[in-house]
Design a protein around this ligand. Structure first.
Ligand SMILES: Nc1ncnc2c1ncn2[C@@H]1O[C@H](COP(=O)(O)OP(=O)(O)OP(=O)(O)O)[C@@H](O)[C@H]1O
Ligand SMILES: [Mg+2]
Length: 276
């Protein structure tokens, strides 16, 4: 991606085929022949995203709370990486920096070889909307919108009102299919406050996927789900990763869930301790 590509259209074919996958995911999972499974890029492939020497502290009154103290991280195209660590170790902080929602105090983040942490706010917003899907630990659904409308928000932002309006039926169809896929087909018109925690989480997952992102940043995507629903969501993420080469960075405190990723990165005392 070049700096100018920040404003370019996403790869339409990839997006279309990802939506096709979403239509037929369950069937694909059952029938997928091993030979067609996408593999993460070889070690020599340049990273899709990398971070070097990330520092981040928060200020609380007179106190400075150091959280990240020189974190290095890299993920190759098509990889599925889990970030684990104790509560308060800085997992969400790191994910927010990688997703350009916040800026590091020091260090650098690159996406497809271009530095992104120092981009102007507007360029970071465009980058996020077009290339990243984000699942937040606390969902951040808009309370006044229905489940379906919440899932459509990235489309509205990405396309602008006129273009969105023109294709609104197609978008609504896609968003409905995604919501059906995460088991929320019967909750389209509910507002977030009328949903359970797990339902809000699944709505947030559908919203993160609706624009066909290249990189998914997921903060505890199964944190509030029962084991069965959590396993279903993990199967969905694994399939998007394997079949569509969706690169995934997932924060989790659950070792079983982390074990389903290709690789685990552990944050300890502000640093990456171990890469499994
Ligand atoms: N805006 C803020 N202001 C002050 N301190 C903050 C702020 N955000 C986070 N912190 C502190 O930074 C540390 C790291 O927070 P972070 O949310 O990244 O942890 P985490 O690893 O995601 O934890 P959890 O597993 O509980 O979600 C915590 O000690 C937290 O209290
Ligand atoms: Mg967190």
């Amino acid at each position: 991606m070049t700096q100018t590509a920040l404003t370019a259209e996403p790869n339409a074919a990839r997006t279309a085929s990802r939506h096709h996958l979403l239509h037929s995911l369950q069937a694909v999972e059952v029938q997928r022949p091993a030979a067609t499974v996408a593999q993460p890029a070889a070690n020599s492939t340049p990273p899709l995203m990398s971070a070097t020497g990330l520092f981040k502290s928060y200020r609380k009154g007179k106190h400075i709370i150091p959280v990240l103290k020189g974190v290095d991280f890299a993920i190759r195209p098509g990889e599925f990486v889990a970030i684990v660590g104790q509560s308060g170790s800085g997992k969400s902080t790191l994910l927010h920096l990688l997703g350009t929602l916040d800026e590091p105090d020091a260090g650098e983040i690159q996406f497809e070889g271009n530095r992104i942490d120092n981009l102007p706010q507007r360029a970071r917003d465009v980058l996020r909307n077009k290339y990243f899907g984000m699942i937040f630990q606390f969902y951040h659904l808009l309370p006044e919108l229905s489940t379906l409308e919440n899932v459509l928000v990235p489309k509205m932002i990405g396309e602008g009102i006129a273009r969105y309006w023109w294709k609104r039926r197609e978008h609504a169809r896609q968003a409905t299919q995604l919501l059906e896929l995460v088991g929320l087909g019967h909750r389209l018109t509910h507002r977030p406050k009328e949903l359970s925690g797990g339902e809000m989480q699944r709505a947030a997952i559908a919203r993160a996927l609706v624009a066909g992102p290249q990189l998914l940043l997921a903060d505890e995507p199964t944190g509030n789900l029962d084991r069965q629903t959590g396993a279903d969501i993990m199967r969905l993420l694994r399939s998007l990763n394997r079949e569509q080469n969706l690169t995934i960075i997932m924060v989790t405190h659950d070792n079983t869930i982390a074990g389903m990723a290709d690789r685990t990165v552990r944050l300890v005392e502000g640093l990456v301790e171990r890469v499994a």
